[in-house]
Design a protein around this ligand. Structure first.
Ligand SMILES: Nc1ncnc2c1ncn2[C@@H]1O[C@H](COP(=O)(O)OP(=O)(O)OP(=O)(O)O)[C@@H](O)[C@H]1O
Length: 200
């Protein structure tokens, strides 16, 4: 039986700064997909993810989704004055995810953050902040479609492995992932997608 389609984009076109970034771009994300969106700097990967997430309008084309969407951008979106635990609870409530203490602690443990749970986000290193932003992905959310912009940025080797394991288990449980990365991550993606053209 075919995997259900979680997100479908048809014939999207986008211009920025008077330049066409993509024309009539189509994409389908099915349950179980982990798709690596590739392209040179400035090609339009972030713009495409933000468009798919509904954070900017598509100039032409249509997007349909049958699942909850999660977007994680370059900017970690952490609240500097909240502790790691408070920030995760805020995210969980914002996204309608489990926000009980046990679930939050489990999610922090996935990224080795439990010992830092009372530390304010502003006091974390870049990589620790990235892990704190990613921790909400470790809260159960079956069948969601994750749109992740450079999620591996600033992560150490262990955290890269932890994130790869999380993305794989999310896809195996019926979710889908579209991510960008300038890092090669052997064996992670089930499919690659190139935003083509020369370097802008
Ligand atoms: N606010 C803006 N106004 C006008 N042009 C913009 C704006 N933000 C980005 N751009 C342009 O849109 C193009 C696409 O940017 P985008 O961030 O989507 O690329 P990207 O593929 O994600 O790049 P990178 O790999 O460097 O992260 C770039 O050429 C950029 O200069």
């Amino acid at each position: 039986m075919a995997s259900p389609c979680l997100l479908s984009a048809k014939q999207l076109s986008c211009q920025r700064g008077g330049r066409s970034l993509f024309e009539e771009f189509s994409l389908q994300l099915n349950a179980g997909d982990i798709v690596w969106l590739q392209g040179s700097n400035g090609r339009g990967k972030t713009t495409l993810l933000r468009t798919l997430a509904g954070l900017r309008p598509a100039e032409r084309g249509g997007i349909q989704h049958a699942a909850a969407l999660r977007f994680l951008g370059h900017n970690n979106g952490l609240k500097p004055d909240l502790t790691v635990l408070e920030g995760l609870r805020f995210q969980a409530r914002w996204q309608g995810l489990a926000d009980d203490e046990a679930s939050l602690l489990q999610a922090l443990k996935h990224f080795g953050l439990a010992p830092m749970r009372t530390r304010r986000s502003a006091q974390l290193s870049q990589g620790q902040q990235r892990r704190a932003a990613l921790a909400s992905l470790a809260l159960p959310q079956a069948g969601a479609c994750w749109l992740l912009d450079e999620p591996f940025d600033a992560l150490d080797d262990d955290s890269v492995q932890q994130l790869c394991a999380l993305l794989s288990s999310h896809a195996a449980a019926g979710g889908a992932v579209l991510f960008t990365s300038h890092q090669h991550l052997p064996g992670l993606a089930s499919r690659q997608l190139l935003l083509s053209g020369g370097r802008p």
